[in-house]
Design a protein around this ligand. Structure first.
Ligand SMILES: [Ca+2]
Ligand SMILES: [Ca+2]
Length: 649
């Protein structure tokens, strides 16, 4: 129901409101019309109405202008007609000119050259240390993690932001690696617990630095909890190991690596239960076909990824999962290993959401026989390892350009997902400087190979200045089969114990070698001081590491050739960036290289700038033109890198 009184009062109010909100505009047009803008509902909306009066009143705004007749008279005059047409034409010409200019600018503007989407582990150089041999902090002459922490500034100066620590997990035996007793604890003599390591890694992360660890999962110590549980109840817990029941070994597989090579790989323990051991009788193989075990491995990875680890080196990758139904070939490179790698990759990927913080997985293989292509890449949606390192231990005293080209071409893959890890040495092989022996001049070409091929370089500590193998006396070698003179302590200086420790002799030094007698000259400080040559291999290493940051070396296409027995070439070219040619003389005499007759290997551009010269650094920056008339002269062991102009779009 409505109240009439209230309705009347409402109308009055509305009327007052209408008047107060009215603004009248006197157009003085021939019809004497007057336009009013009226707020008809108290401000919520606006009406427009015309009134038939020309008179002004208070509050009205009025203006004068041309009448319609006047306007029409001027409008018909030829001058104004022409002006209107000219202005109209000019407007459209201007508009079209702007359109055409915009199209030309867009079409002619130089496009940015395509850049590859590389992750940090593809652009950085990795430095591998045996923590026991790198730097001692407490005078027991066993290197440790605080010692390494102190030396991180050295790595930074070298241009390295990623360090790979080998074999740090708790082990049944000192200085060996196979008998891990706990994947979440650290060897005592390394002077760090997981929390300390985590704190350190998190500090490094803030500086953009990375730590990589070994992931040793193929076998464990017999003192590992898993094996203890197995012994307690083989029927219930046996599935954690490659185990078969029976009165005889399931097949005649032999141990192929380690101290027990050639012995049967199956051991009966306890009676009626056989466990498989690929690396020796003390190290039972874990059953990585068992989903519970795989979950344990994933948990170990997550534990360390969460603590700040940036990548894992998966050890003994070819041996991970066996196929006992295939007695002839089931010990190595099985299809099940590929499937396991996909599961482990998924864990790394789940920690890789933040750009620059991606986690990666890689492995070393010692030859490219077997199905190594199945280990890595992202083919057909099967994401496996990020990288594989076919160790370049073929590089020796007698290496020439031809056998090097053959080997390297065997590693290069057309699959962009199959990124290479480039390593010349590790703790299991004689050091590169010792391998080239009396052919010392070959050390620099070896470094160039590691730095300038497509992939990520992994430098073994000391190789950056050409450290030689240490010395383990023959008597000790007989007593200590695990002795490895190639991971003797880092030779920092010519001082006592080569600057590695200030204590007295330790078991570590006994087993892994005193520094070679040459350490007084063959040490880092000496190499940095240029005492024995104009350009040391340390200088070369640093220069090549910097050169590697150029686009063509980062993601360019690669062509590798031997243009003679002595001259090895690498051509690297990224689209629309300056291409490079690397020339190396592996022979023992001076060589004159005629580029013009080797265009299939080095390209056909006729002008270049010297980007690197191993024996004459003063030549860097000089321009060489017309290779048809002049050849490039290389002394023995020389590495020369030429930079060519980029292709224009
Ligand atoms: Ca120590
Ligand atoms: Ca295995």
């Amino acid at each position: 129901m409505t109240n009439p009184e209230n309705d009347g009062a409402g109308d009055l109010e509305q009327s007052k409101l209408d008047d107060s909100k009215t603004t009248t505009v006197d157009l003085e047009n021939p019809d004497d019309s007057k336009a009013q803008l009226i707020n008809a509902n108290g401000g919520a909306g606006t009406d427009v109405r015309f009134e038939g009066t020309a008179a002004s009143s208070d509050g009205e705004v009025s203006f004068n202008g041309l009448g319609k007749e006047e306007v029409m008279r001027y409008a018909d005059e030829p001058f104004w007609k022409r002006l209107r047409i000219i202005l109209l034409v000019l407007f459209w010409i201007g508009w079209l000119a702007m359109l055409v200019t915009a199209i030309i600018i867009i079409a002619m503007a130089p496009r940015c050259p395509p850049r590859a989407d590389l992750k940090w582990y593809q652009t950085e150089t990795v430095y591998q240390v045996m923590p026991e041999s790198f730097k001692d902090s407490n005078d027991d002459c066993i290197g440790d993690i605080p010692g390494l922490e102190d030396k991180m500034s050295y790595l930074e100066d070298l241009g390295v932001n990623a360090v790979w620590l080998s074999n740090i997990w708790k082990n049944q035996y000192n200085f060996t690696e196979l008998a891990i007793t706990n994947h979440r604890e650290i060897r005592e003599y390394l002077l760090a617990n997981p929390q300390k390591l985590e704190d350190w890694m998190k500090r490094l992360q803030k500086e953009g630095k990375k730590v990589i660890l070994d992931l040793n999962i193929n076998q464990v110590s017999k003192r590992h909890e898993w094996y203890t549980l197995y012994l307690r109840d083989p029927e219930k817990n046996g599935d954690y190991f490659v185990m078969r029941r029976g009165s005889a070994a399931p097949n005649n597989w032999k141990i192929e690596i380690g101290d027990d090579v050639g012995k049967p790989a199956w051991v009966e323990e306890p009676v009626g239960y056989w466990t498989y051991r690929a690396f020796g009788h003390r190290y039972p193989d874990v059953n990585l076909n068992n989903t519970e075990v795989v979950q344990e491995v994933k948990d170990i990875m997550s534990f360390w990824f969460s603590a700040g680890v940036s990548g894992f080196h998966i050890k003994d990758v070819e041996w991970l999962v066996e196929d006992t139904s295939d007695e002839a070939h089931g010990q190595k490179h099985t299809a099940a290993t590929g499937r396991l790698l996909e599961e482990l990759r998924a864990v790394a990927d789940s920690f890789s959401q933040k750009p620059g913080r991606e986690r990666f997985l890689f492995s070393t293989v010692y030859d490219n026989s077997g199905d190594i292509a199945s280990l890595w890449g992202e083919k057909g949606g099967k994401r496996r390892l990020h990288m594989v390192m076919p160790l370049m231990d073929f590089f020796k005293e007698d290496t020439n350009a031809k056998n090097m080209a053959e080997k390297v071409n065997g590693y290069l893959s057309d699959d962009a997902g199959q990124w290479l890890a480039l390593g010349l040495g590790n703790q299991y092989v004689s050091r590169i400087a010792s391998r080239v022996g009396r052919q010392k001049h070959k050390l620099i070409p070896a470094q160039a190979l590691q730095m300038l091929l497509p992939g990520t370089p992994f430098n073994f500590y000391g190789d950056e200045f050409g450290q030689l193998d240490g010395i383990v006396e023959e008597k000790q070698m007989a007593d200590l089969p695990q002795a490895h003179p190639w991971n003797s302590p880092m030779q920092w200086t010519a001082g006592d114990n080569s600057g590695f420790c200030e204590g007295t002799n330790s078991q570590w030094l006994k087993e892994h070698g005193a520094p070679a007698a040459t350490y007084k000259t063959n040490n880092l400080k000496n190499s940095q001081g240029h005492f024995d040559s104009a350009v040391s291999s340390y200088d070369v290493f640093k220069s090549l590491l910097a050169l590697r940051r150029r686009e063509s070396f980062q993601w360019g296409k690669t062509k590798v050739c031997a243009i003679s027995d002595d001259i090895f070439t690498i051509h690297r070219a990224a689209e629309r960036f300056p291409p490079f040619v690397v020339l190396m003389n592996l022979g023992s005499t001076e060589q004159h290289v005629d580029l013009a007759s080797n265009t299939q290997c080095v390209g056909s551009k006729t002008e270049a700038t010297v980007a690197f010269h191993s024996s004459m650094p003063s030549q860097v920056g000089e321009t060489i033109s017309d290779f048809h008339k002049q050849s490039v002269i290389l002394q023995k062991g020389d590495v020369v890198v030429l930079e060519f102009p980029a292709d224009q779009p």
